[in-house]
Design a binder for this molecule. Structure first.
Ligand code: NAD
Length: 469
């Protein structure tokens, strides 16, 4: 369907952001992305792009982040194909018109909510899970029938290059484009009018994205970061707590948005927890984690330098070693950290774990409440009243009790922040929903047309309305 006012309906590949967006918008306007069959084929091709080139993806992740094959497979391949397969399974259901009740005053009539794609959307991804965080939102946008620009992070250059190389071979270039680049390229993209911007990254850049989107009144989803605390109660199973904290913290060398940022542990069990963490590090990565194939590297020299500087804010009681050349920083536990120091004022986003002794749950709750709402919160306790108390008195994007990170792997628990850690959420059905407009439609019958709401108004009509409304 073309409008007489629309000169450009060609979708030829184009270089400038304006041309790219115009081409994708023209594709959308032609209705190409509306049939579920098109969406299904694109989602299937996304899966094929990952599975047929699995070794290349894992090699790119290893080159960028020293990502162990298992971590790359689980988080950047299997997680994405799992989300997309769920979309494929539910494609019809999640795009189905929903009938809803019609109140008496609207009768005779019927009411529906019709899910519509938004149009042309922009997905901007960070570098820590560079495949997952670009493809899951992009797949959701496609499943909802949008055209989409995917902007991978420039920091993970090998992964970004692979997207640039493989996407044109697998995906409909008239509808799904990869635009690589850093700040200037993203800034230029953000000058364009999109129908939604889905951004994953830091809180600081989230503000930039939202300000740019506001110029076009474009809605945004902001998946941001923050300092995710761990509370360890004196009733906790300390061995299990240490293992689960260690796994969530040192996965991807601490470069995970929902990684435990710092630990608040009851003083009665503080030393025991630290000893368990030390034992766990040795059991996960051996006596020298630098030689372990299962431990990643810091993404860039800039981040390495930042983390080495942050390490000086505490005393390492586990780890503490680093090597600039290989961008290695050992799994490190810090004590003696001043709560006012730099390491406690910014998201650590690396393998440093400050541990603070506390005098009970009230102190933990007060500490968390005095800071911006975190993206995730973890509480370890065998005493259910402690868990309920923490849940009742704190706010966070998401919570795992007696564990870390895993709440985001359940597609029925959408991922998103609150306050400084973000706005909006996705995963599972919400990955599609976020890219839809649920158009409300009231369809009225014409057999009856009671004049009750029409002028001239009267006391009698008012009386009837009082009963009906
Ligand atoms: P970042 O904010 O620096 O970059 C994210 C994206 O924004 C990149 O594609 C980058 O090219 C672009 N960008 C950077 N500066 C920009 C600017 N001035 N204008 C426009 N675009 C710009 O984040 P990062 O360092 O890639 O990722 C780390 C952050 O992401 C951490 O804060 C982490 O917690 C957060 N994160 C959040 C989630 C989540 O799901 N909530 C997931 C992963 C990472």
């Amino acid at each position: 369907m073309t409008s007489v006012l629309d000169p450009a309906s060609s979708a030829a590949p184009a270089a400038s952001p304006a041309d790219t967006v115009a081409a994708l918008r023209a594709t959308f306007e032609r209705g190409v992305t509306r049939p579920l069959a098109w969406r299904r084929s694109q989602l299937e091709r996304m899966v094929a792009m990952l599975e047929e080139h699995e070794d290349e993806w894992l090699a790119a992740l290893a080159a960028d982040l020293g990502k162990p094959r298992m971590e790359g497979y689980v988080a950047d391949i299997a997680f994405v194909t799992g989300e997309i397969r769920l979309m494929l399974k539910n494609l019809r259901k999640w795009n189905r018109t929903e009938r809803v009740r019609t109140p008496l005053v609207n009768r005779p009539g019927s009411s529906r909510r019709i899910p519509e794609p938004l149009g042309t959307v922009l997905v901007i991804a960070p570098w820590n899970y560079p495949v997952q965080l670009l493809l899951v939102p992009a797949a959701g946008a496609v499943a909802a029938g949008n055209t989409v620009v995917m902007k991978p992070s420039e920091v993970t250059a090998a992964t970004s290059d692979l997207f640039v190389r493989l996407a044109p071979a697998y995906l409909d270039q008239d509808a799904i484009r990869v635009v690589p680049g850093g700040v200037p390229e993203t800034t230029a993209l953000l000058e364009q009018r999109f129908n939604h911007v889905f951004f994953t990254g830091s809180t600081a850049v989230g503000r930039v994205v939202m300000a740019a989107a506001a110029k076009h009144l474009t809605p945004v989803t902001l998946e941001l970061g923050g300092k995710s605390p761990v509370i360890v109660d004196r009733s906790a199973n300390l061995k299990v707590a240490a293992q689960r904290i260690a796994w969530g913290k040192w996965l991807n060398a601490g470069q995970t948005c929902v990684a435990p940022d710092y630990v608040l542990v009851d003083r009665a069990v503080e030393q025991q927890l630290i000893d368990e963490l030390r034992r766990t590090v040795a059991s996960f990565y051996g006596s020298d984690p630098k030689t372990s194939a299962d431990y990643g590297r810091i993404v860039s020299s800039r981040h390495f330098d930042r983390l080495v500087a942050l390490m000086r804010d505490g005393t390492p009681v586990v780890g503490g070693e680093s090597d600039a050349q290989s961008r290695y920083i050992a799994p490190t536990v810090l004590t003696g950290v001043d709560p006012g120091s730099r390491i406690m004022s910014e998201e650590i986003f690396g393998p440093l774990l400050p541990v603070f002794g506390i005098d009970g749950i009230d102190e933990a709750v007060a500490t968390i409440r005095s800071r911006p709402h975190p993206l995730a919160l973890y509480v370890f306790a065998e005493d259910g009243r402690v868990v309920d108390d923490v849940l009742a008195r704190t706010t966070a994007g998401g919570v795992t009790v007696n564990g870390t990170v895993l709440h985001l792997t359940n597609p029925h628990l959408p991922l998103g922040g609150v306050g400084d850690s973000g706005m909006g959420y996705y995963h599972g059905k919400e990955s599609v929903r976020v890219f839809q407009h649920l158009k409300p439609v009231l369809r009225r019958g014409t057999r009856l047309d009671p004049p009750i709401v029409y002028p001239p108004y009267s006391e009698r009509k008012m009386k009837l309305l009082r009963k009906a409304l």
